[in-house]
Design a protein. Sequence first.
Lengths: 254, 411
Amino acid sequence: MKLQDNIREAKQKKGILLMTHIVLGYPSFEVNRAVIGQMVDKGVDLIEMQIPFSEPMADGPVIVKANQDSLANGTRLADCLDFAGEMAATHKIPFLLMTYYNILFKYGLEKFCRKTADLRIKGFIIPDLPPEEGAEYLGYCRQYGLAPIFIYAPTSTPARMRELARYGEGFIYCVARRGVTGSQTTFGREFAEYMAQCRASTELPLAVGFGIRNRDDVNAVKGRAEIAVIGSETIRLVDAEGASAVGPFIAGLR
Amino acid sequence: MKNNGYYGQWGGSFIPEILHETFAQLNKVYETARHDPAFWQEYVDLMATYSCRPTPLTYAGNLSRHFGGAQIFIKREDLNHTGAHKLNNVIGQGLLVKRMDKKRVIAETGAGQHGVATATMAAKFGLQCTVYMGEEDVRRQRPNVFWMEKLGAEVVPVTSGSGILKDAINAAFRDWVTNMDDSHYCLGTACGPHPFPEMVAWFQSIIGLEAREQISKQFGSAPARVYACVGGGSNAMGIFQGFLGQPDVELVGVEAGGYGLASGKHAARLASDDSSPGVAQGYKTMFLQDDDGQMRTTHSVAAGLDYVGVSPILTDLWEQGRVRFASATDKEVMAALELTMTREGIIPALESSHAFAQAFKEVGDLPADQSVIINMSGRGDKDIFTIANAFADPSWQQFIINKGKEYEAAR
């Protein structure tokens, strides 16, 4: 089944789906394992696992630091792939990989797609790869049944949104506001108009991320998108209170 | 050089979606300016009256005799306002900022030259200015930080990553994705996503246009070789463009050899075997990276050359065999700097001294009826703290210690 169909089916049963984010190897793979266990246990519907990169241009301070610390701990790409495979084999929900293009490019695009498809990864979010630069990437995603997930931004014009929808699979990741990951977002009228524009531009399910931190934020997204994305907030929580705080936090979101 | 942002297989535009429209606008304004002769004239006029263009081409008679080979000419970008070639690019982009009606500029800086140039332009054009600078570079280049702040800019030390130029670029991009509506990112070198490599190279081409005319007037024929240091590659692109159409002129890019190529502590992307194709900071080029695609730490005595990537235009010219790449070690650079000061009374920046060092290794092999041009991208006297430190000058050290005591006592 295609990722978008998985999402639509799951959405039938729940008012809104939750996607969470972790940075691989931060603070360690052991903690990643415990956090993901709790997330799945409390009903998280999708998880994006970020392969750390030395130049995470589109990320905010919390995730930048996590990328940096993970690499400083000695995290290698091979460890990330092993761990991703382990998670996809252990848990039933879809797992995605998020990273920057150089990680795929350096590994070899086809090899990366073949390998991750074998590991039963469902798709990729690559924030520095617009479709204009991604012809080869899109070809291998198609060939190996991986969903290339594209991003809408509040600065995207309707024409650009329709263009991106032509290339995307799985869902569209709607960035809720300008800026990088991890700061406050106001879910006001402007946000509602933006989401209406996103909806009108694609048949694909919509996910909303950037600045979703609590139950109110998740509620603000309900009815406007299929998926609410919790990114930096769980990293902050694990930093402050440890892995065991994640379960209750997730349980309180909807 | 029209190409949709690719030079052979290098370049491109790998940008987050949120900047798509910002780049569309920038491309439009840039293309319009590029096809408008009045824009270039306005630029040249401003550089003549506000800065010091055309900068002279100086015959280095003493050095030429010292090596006994080709006649050495020095293109004096040190005499440009703010003491380096950086202002050429910044004034050009400043004119585009006015056309886009933006009120604020963001810049990254390594050595501080580009930061000072941007702060200068912002002051002149009435723009707000924020400069991102790696904390390591803030430590190395305090005098430039002092001037940027005095010129009215906000200087933000960047602590993420290794705290050097590449990290300042990432931080500047993060600011831009938040403030793109009223801010322009004034990228300082011929790298990054399209149109930056081409646009920065265009503004810097003023160096090569002048040099071509000057050498022909002063020496009577084209030079045998042109030497330029290469960090991101903007001064090299600037002077090389004057001679790209003359296949007999050999173009030599000189990278930072640091402690030597064998040490692994250098920033030689094209002159060493340590780099490989990659995509980062919005463009594809040869990067110093590990097998996983993580960028490596680089080293150079010159902050302005301490960078993991290199202009995609230069990578293409290297691949075509049009530009030869070499490297000079920190040690060779210090020796070249000393020789240039004592023989010619000229103080090149540490960055520029790389070009001198490589020229000095080779110029003796060329006949005396030929000439070479060394692009002196900036002046060294304002880097007195760094240069005095690199020379480990005892009387300077004592001066600093005494000055510190004075400040301490006055507290």
